[in-house]
Design a protein around this ligand. Structure first.
Ligand code: 7TS
Length: 421
């Protein structure tokens, strides 16, 4: 595909280095993506020409910073199809965004016996906050399982989502299997019982076209750092009428309208949810990342990653002793697997010595790994700057790992107990 893959590598300064004498092949994109030079420059530019606090002073720099910050909000709204920029709240990351919803939206509305529906494939960020809120309110957690083909079991979903359901909190795309959930169908089920729909889009917004109006969700969360943007900036999209009804999550400066000694009133959304000085440079550079990704096209990015993951599955299946965790809905840019008798961390260590960066562990999805029957996996996750050479480098590094451990009769770690991450 022209204009994607290898031709983008020069845009990403970090990729131009050797690890252990080999050129870097970065396949840990589900954990965080690398940043193009325009994004790095956008951060530096903000601090060089516009740095000031926002929404408070009237001097030129303050107005410049405020204008850039609010334009970034508009850019994000436009990118995900939100009808109004005030539906975009800047937070630190997906985790924080889901916590805002769990504590400010769900907790005050839940009563004993109410049900929060999650999915077995959810990342811990979209599970643990719900466990906490359930424990604090007496609500019950119910989980939608996967089919044998590692897709979300929509028939089970239809029987689990019922009159007791108040929240449906689902991960749009699994960070382990790449499974994509039919969020619009779940939202339809949720609407029929009056439940709110919370979508963890940490792995979808960076990799696929996502439009909140088509998904029909109430809340959607994602992180800038997984989509070529900086760390420390994330987004919570919320339906405006719900945001208006909600109390603030954090209180303090800037999120208030009037403060008296003993009480306070709140600012309008979205500022009601942005207490304290926000990450202005991060928001501005996130908008630059969105421009960068949009110029390539989210559909092209999704197709490119799909092709690379499909090629990787083919190559991995040729290697002895590799068991793939492969969903039947195809390869969505993420390839997770195990190697017989070799602990995933040992595989990742050998791959690193060949210059290939992957992640090993449970990827913050322990219930999913339990359902898969393995404590940990090795994961290669692709992005727009990867190409078929990277797939070949992954395959040859895996063959090297296979040979190394074959000679030693496997790795010495205990694959069950030693899976702490
Ligand atoms: N949801 C999903 C689906 C994720 O993959 C992640 C991070 C998060 C939420 C949390 O994002 P954060 O920006 O708030 O940290 N996933 C991973 C991963 O797969 N490897 O490292 C982080």
């Amino acid at each position: 595909m022209a204009g994607i893959g290898k031709s983008l590598r020069p845009d990403f300064p970090i990729l131009d280095q050797k690890i252990g004498g080999n050129s870097l092949v970065y396949l840990d994109n589900a954990a965080t993506s690398q940043k193009p030079r325009v994004v790095i420059e956008s951060l530096a530019n903000f601090y060089s020409i516009a740095n000031s606090n926002v929404h408070r002073s009237v001097h030129t720099l303050a107005e410049r910073a405020t204008d850039l910050y609010e334009r970034a909000r508009e850019r994000v709204a436009d990118f995900i199809g939100a009808s109004d920029p005030s539906e975009i709240i800047f937070v630190r990351n997906t985790t924080e965004a889901i916590n805002v919803v769990a504590y400010a939206f769900a907790r005050p509305r839940l009563a004993p016996g109410d049900e929060i529906v999650v999915a077995i494939l959810n990342h811990h960020s979209n599970l643990v906050p719900w466990q906490q809120v359930a424990a604090q309110t007496g609500a019950k957690l119910r989980a939608i399982p996967l089919t044998r083909g590692l897709r979300l079991d929509m028939r089970a979903a239809a029987s689990i989502i019922g009159p007791g359901t108040k929240i449906v909190a689902i991960t749009h795309k699994s960070n382990v299997t790449g499974t994509i959930v039919d969020v619009a169908a779940l939202a339809h089920m949720a609407r029929q019982v009056g439940a709110a729909v919370v979508i963890d889009a940490a792995q979808s917004v960076p990799h696929l076209p996502v439009d909140v109006s088509q998904l029909d969700c109430d809340f959607l969360a994602f992180s800038g750092h997984k989509m070529a943007g900086p760390m420390g900036i994330g987004v919570l999209y919320g339906r405006r009428e719900l945001l208006e009804e909600m109390p603030p999550f954090m209180t303090g400066g800037e999120m208030v309208r009037e403060v008296e000694l003993e009480n306070a009133t709140w600012n309008d959304v979205p500022l009601k949810f942005e207490a304290g000085t926000p990450n202005v440079a991060g928001a501005v550079a996130l908008a630059t990342a969105i421009d960068y990704l949009s110029a390539i096209g989210m559909r092209s990015i999704a197709d490119h990653e799909k092709a690379l993951a499909a090629a990787a599955w083919d190559r991995l299946e040729e290697i002895d002793g590799i068991q793939c965790v492969k969903p039947t809905d195809g390869s969505n840019g993420i390839v997770s697997f195990c190697m017989t008798d070799v602990h995933p961390h040992d595989v990742a260590t050998i791959l690193d010595s060949e210059g290939v960066a992957v992640r090993a562990g449970h990827h913050c999805a322990q219930p999913l790994h339990k359902a898969l029957g393995v404590p940990a996996t090795v994961r290669a996750s692709f992005y727009l700057y990867n190409d078929h050479d990277d797939v070949e480098r992954l395959a040859s590094a895996l063959r090297a790992a296979r040979q190394f451990f074959h000679k030693r009769g496997g790795s010495s770690r205990n694959p069950v107990s030693d899976s702490t991450r």
